[in-house]
Design a binder for this molecule. Structure first.
Ligand code: IVH
Length: 671
């Protein structure tokens, strides 16, 4: 059996490394199929030799037999909540109370984002995860061990030395916004139930009786405290969290210790500004007295510690009223109902419109015009109506709500509407003969990441189409001083500028051109992958489904959309006319490439001040470099801007050169 013992150990090792790269650094080391095959082999061996199965084996991540109900577990130390501060003054009051009690003139606070998810307690015995429970009522919660074991960044066993014999770690389980949007988009497309917000999605996922379902949800854990500990830990809160991190537990990368409450306020302001850029919802900042001896002296009041406070951000969900619904026609013909709302302040901005997605969503919400609704705005996602409030006595009952009637013909061109099998979206099939669609197509074509026609904004495109000056893409290139002079507010100078910009836009790149065509599901990254794979437009037009699916990023659905586009005679005619009009791009040299950076692979991460990430990548590629989204052993250099996180860490771990923005600018200048 020694051979099997060795194989099991090797498989576990490999799976752990691969899974960390995949889930934590977001940069797979091997294709999914290899990962799955190794996992299957390990399961097979563990089934054959049950004695060799351990509770920290990677096979435990995939979920196990469904439970009938959760057991209840008592918390050895109660899980408390936090007092809130809703203003700067309340924060100063908190600090005064702390300092009065301590008899000090200042103290250090550890500042951490207040993650908006589900609180859990994890128990490690001799470094092995043996129990995970929800907070419940604070005194006892539900045993969700099987579910928590599927969370990829929760270590099943701790690494390193001097791990306490008993360690209770407390933290928050969240679903990042991107994962939440993907989860809901999938549910919406399949006509299934959607989650109201990431917190509900996290809670729902954690309370699944079938952990195999939980294992498919993008849950992420962050440790923020310890509970009962038998063993040694540092005397400061921040050092304790760093110790947890050394043992393999994830902690917030935004955690920072400062002196005095004014520094806490600055931290609050700076994170409030970046709230929308964070990958997950946070509903405030938690400030904790950093010294554990000081914490002990301060103690607790009823259900909250005296040594911590949560300074809350403006709410991301508020109540308002649905005034009306408009129906917009997008560039692909999709009819989107848009809610017109009584203007309301949400998470720092005034919102008066929200998307209602599609007819199914209206039905699911059961929303009617005149209803009170809860609106959510988080990150750069379009505001959404997440639920309808039952009408109260607030005078609203007098206003009679009425049903939203979905149009039976295109609200723009009056043409017929169609719903494809299995799709939630209803589309106008008019194509470029529908004015709304042609406006959408032209707007996308002219946009910054596409042909980048400077000065050709949405309003001007509306005018050009309404006046009948442009009806298809190539007609943009036939505009002249005379035709433009018929437009409102278009002087000689502005029309000359516009014509110059249109002329300049003819010089483009193949990836930009492919993206500009607006083929469904072909975003910037896919357009680039297609260009790099096929090198010429002709080769893309000739490719069949199988060949298309050979491109990174292209699956069967995307391949179908591309084929549908390239098989359309009208589209081919437009392509030809665009080329005749003078649209051109430099030939792409094959992968061997030339240029000073040929043979190198770069990853750009974080926020740059002087240019966007995609511009930085384009400039590197122009010098012959390859660019990638994830760091691997193939990566030669990483450009790390502000807020660079896991990719930077991985580069450090792999000993890959890391450049900051200044170094990048110098390099671009030199080469
Ligand atoms: S410390 C005794 N730190 O907020 C102090 N809590 O309103 C215990 N939360 O149930 C909490 N992020 O789930 C702490 N960085 C953070 C947190 C955090 C989110 C949640 C936690 C708790 C709730 C209290």
């Amino acid at each position: 059996m020694t051979a099997e013992v060795e194989e099991i150990a090797a498989l576990r090792d490999r799976l752990q490394t691969w899974s960390a790269a995949y889930f934590e650094q977001d940069s797979p080391l091997v294709p999914d199929a290899d990962y799955d095959a190794a996992m299957r082999r390990l399961e097979e061996l563990e089934a054959r030799y049950p004695k060799l199965r351990t509770s920290d084996s990677p096979t435990q991540r995939v979920g196990s037999t469904p439970l009938n109900a959760f057991d209840t577990v008592a918390h050895r130390m109660p899980m408390l909540s936090l007092d809130n501060a809703f203003s700067g003054e309340e924060l100063v009051d908190f600090d005064r109370r702390v300092l009065d009690r301590l008899g000090q003139s200042a103290t250090d606070y550890c500042c951490e984002p207040k993650l908006d998810g589900v609180a859990v307690s994890l128990i490690y015995r001799h470094g092995v995860l043996v129990q995970a429970a929800t907070r419940g009522d604070g005194a006892s919660g539900e045993d969700v061990t099987a579910n928590v074991k599927t969370i990829r960044n929760v270590p099943l066993s701790l690494q390193g030395t001097q791990v306490p014999s008993y360690l209770e770690v407390r933290g928050e389980v969240v679903i990042p916004r991107a994962g939440f949007e993907k989860l809901n988009a999938r549910a919406r497309a399949g006509g299934q139930k959607v989650f109201v917000n990431p917190r509900n999605a996290a809670a729902g996922s954690l309370r699944q009786l079938d952990s195999r379902i939980t294992s498919k949800r993008p849950l992420v854990f962050t440790a923020y405290a310890v509970g009962v500990v038998e063993g040694d830990l540092p005397d400061f809160h921040d050092a304790t969290l760093h110790q947890l991190h050394d043992w393999g537990l994830p902690i917030s990368e935004h955690m920072k210790t400062v002196t005095g409450i004014h520094a806490c306020e600055s931290y609050y302001e700076s994170l409030a500004k970046r709230r929308d850029d964070l990958p997950f919802d946070i509903d405030g900042i938690v400030f904790k007295v950093n010294g554990l001896a000081e914490q002990q002296r301060l103690g607790f009041v009823s259900r909250a510690p005296r040594w911590a406070i949560a300074r809350k951000f403006p709410a991301q969900e508020v109540t308002t009223r649905l005034l009306d619904v408009d129906f917009q026609v997008g560039r692909t013909g999709a009819i989107t109902p848009v809610a017109r709302l009584e203007p309301v302040f949400v998470a720092g901005v005034t919102v008066s419109n929200a998307t209602l997605h599609n007819a199914d969503e209206i039905h699911r919400l059961g929303v009617r015009i005149g209803d009170s609704v809860i609106v959510r705005r988080a990150g750069d996602v379009i505001p959404q109506i997440v639920s309808v409030l039952p009408d109260s006595d607030s005078g609203a009952a007098q206003r009679v709500a009425h049903d939203i009637i979905f149009p039976s013909r295109c609200p723009d061109c009056g043409g017929p509407l169609e719903r494809e099998d299995g799709e939630a979206v209803i589309r106008c099939v008019g194509g470029m003969t529908c004015r709304a669609q042609s406006k959408g197509v032209i707007k996308h074509f002219a946009s910054r990441k596409a042909m980048d026609i400077d000065g050709l904004g949405d309003k001007l495109i509306d005018q050009l189409v309404d006046e009948g000056l442009v009806g298809s893409l190539e007609e943009l290139f036939h505009l002249n001083q005379q035709s433009l002079s018929s437009l409102d507010r278009m002087g000689v100078k502005s029309s000359a500028n516009l014509l110059r910009a249109i002329e300049q836009a003819k010089d483009t790149t193949l990836p930009r051109f492919i993206y500009a065509l607006g083929i469904r599901e072909v975003g910037e990254a896919t357009a680039r992958a297609l260009a790099e794979h096929f090198l010429t437009l002709e080769a893309i037009l000739r490719a069949d489904g199988e060949i298309l699916e050979g491109v990174d990023d292209v699956g069967p659905v995307v391949a179908q959309h591309i084929l549908r586009f390239t098989a359309d005679k009208g589209n081919c005619g437009v392509l030809e006319k665009l080329l005749d009009a003078g649209v051109r791009w430099p030939e792409i040299s094959a992968a061997s490439g030339d240029g000073p950076l040929a043979g190198t692979t770069w990853v750009v991460t974080g926020k740059l001040d002087s240019m966007g990430r995609s511009d930085a990548e384009a400039r590197l590629r122009a010098l012959g470099a390859k660019t990638a989204n994830s760091v691997s052993s193939q990566t030669t250099s990483v450009v790390a801007g502000v807020g660079a996180g896991s990719k930077r860490k991985k580069a450090e771990a792999l000993g890959i050169a890391i450049l900051d923005e200044t170094a990048l600018l110098e390099l671009l200048e030199e080469t």
